[in-house]
Every structure is written in C-alpha cells, then in structure tokens.
Design a protein around this ligand. Structure first.
Ligand SMILES: Cc1cc2nc3c(=O)[nH]c(=O)nc-3n(C[C@H](O)[C@H](O)[C@H](O)COP(=O)(O)O)c2cc1C
Length: 186
C-alpha cells in the first residue's frame, strides 16, 4: 500500500461527543459540547479525566470559577440539542430556545442533562495553559449510567449508549467487535 501526505490538519481527533454542564454565577445552568476529552492516571488507581477548552467560552469561565462540571455523553437522540448548545454561547444569556430538563448532580455542584444515558461528575485538580487553550486534569467523583443498561466486567457495550462520534462532523458507531484478548491467541 502507498500512502500520500495530506497535512497536519487531518490528524484523527475522533471523539465521543460530550456536553459539559456547569453553573453560571446566577445559578442558571450552561451546557456546551466539548469533545477534546481523554483520560490519564496519577500514582493511584483513580483515573483523571482530561478536558481541553479553547477561547473564552462561558463553560471555560464557569469551570475556572466553580472547579466542578458534568460530562454528559451525547446519544443520537440528542443531536438537535448538541447542535444548539454548540452554536450558542452562555455569554449571550441562558440557552432556553429548546426544551430540555436537568438535575443537580449528586456528587458535584453542576447540572446534569436528564436525557444523557452516561454522566460523569468531575472536579478540577489542576490545569495547563497552551496558547488559547486550557487543559484541565480532573478527579472523577461519580459516573451515572441509565439504570436500564448492563455493565459487563469489561465495561459498557457502547452500542447500548448509541454515542455520537465527532471528527469534525457527527457520526455513529458500528457493531460490537469484542474485547482485549478475543483476537490474539499466542
Ligand atoms: C460537536 C462540537 C464539539 C465541540 N468541541 C469543543 C472542544 O472540544 N473544545 C472547545 O473549546 N470547544 C468545542 N466546541 C465549541 C463550543 O461548544 C462552543 O464554542 C459553544 O458555543 C460554547 O458555549 P458556551 O460559551 O456556553 O460555553 C465544540 C462544538 C461542537 C458543536
């Protein structure tokens, strides 16, 4: 096979799409899609969620101020909502043009979207600034899962969550293929 060089802009930042929930100064909620989300570890078994935000968006300001937020996984039935949250800013007032409901997360002071099947509750431990981006390293206080869904020993079958994948555009995922060790048998 021969490959051609197509330039640095075509790196492959393919991510699940998440909506970040924060509280504004006046206690109203703000929600915005952020897909630059990953994970690392410290010196213990607890994972740290890593999330990067560019510019001066309201979500970033709220995260700096409150240090707490929710990460709401977007499923295909939430496409209109994520598109709306992503094309408006809480800096211009509350996002109330679409109907949606939210609840206070039980482990952090942040709003969680009732429609999301998977919600992670996070607290910022530290952050690093690179140009206009801030990357936050966060303790995971809790993960909520739709109680109708199964959790296997190896985790949750993503097809149950029906996540929207973002790679510059929205896509969905395909079939379940297996887990580590299912394919290589020395
Ligand atoms: C699908 C999608 C993914 C996005 N991912 C990110 C991201 O990873 N980091 C970021 O800084 N902004 C990202 N954005 C942009 C913000 O969601 C957008 O600036 C939003 O209007 C911010 O709203 P806020 O000012 O209420 O926080 C994304 C937008 C969309 C539609």
């Amino acid at each position: 096979m021969k490959r051609r060089n197509i330039g640095c802009r075509h790196a492959m930042p393919v991510q699940p799409t998440y909506i970040i929930g924060t509280y504004n100064e006046d206690g109203t909620p703000d929600f915005a899609p952020i897909t630059w989300v990953s994970q690392t570890y410290r010196d213990d078994e607890e994972p740290l969620l890593v999330i990067s935000m560019w510019g001066t968006k309201k979500t970033k300001q709220n995260v700096h101020r409150t240090k707490q937020f929710t990460v709401n996984l977007v499923s295909r039935d939430m496409l209109e909502l994520v598109d709306y949250f992503g094309s408006t800013s809480g800096k211009n007032g509350p996002k109330t043009a679409l109907l949606y409901s939210f609840s206070c997360a039980p482990f952090v002071c942040a709003p969680a979207l009732d429609q999301s099947r998977w919600v992670c509750e996070c607290e910022v431990l530290q952050y690093v600034t690179t140009g206009k981006s801030d990357t936050f390293f966060c303790k995971v206080h809790n993960v909520q899962l739709d109680e109708r869904l199964e959790v296997a020993e190896w985790g949750v079958d993503l097809t149950q969550l029906d996540p929207v994948v973002y790679s510059g555009h929205y896509q969905s995922i395909g079939e379940y293929l297996g887990t580590i060790g299912d394919f290589y048998h020395p």
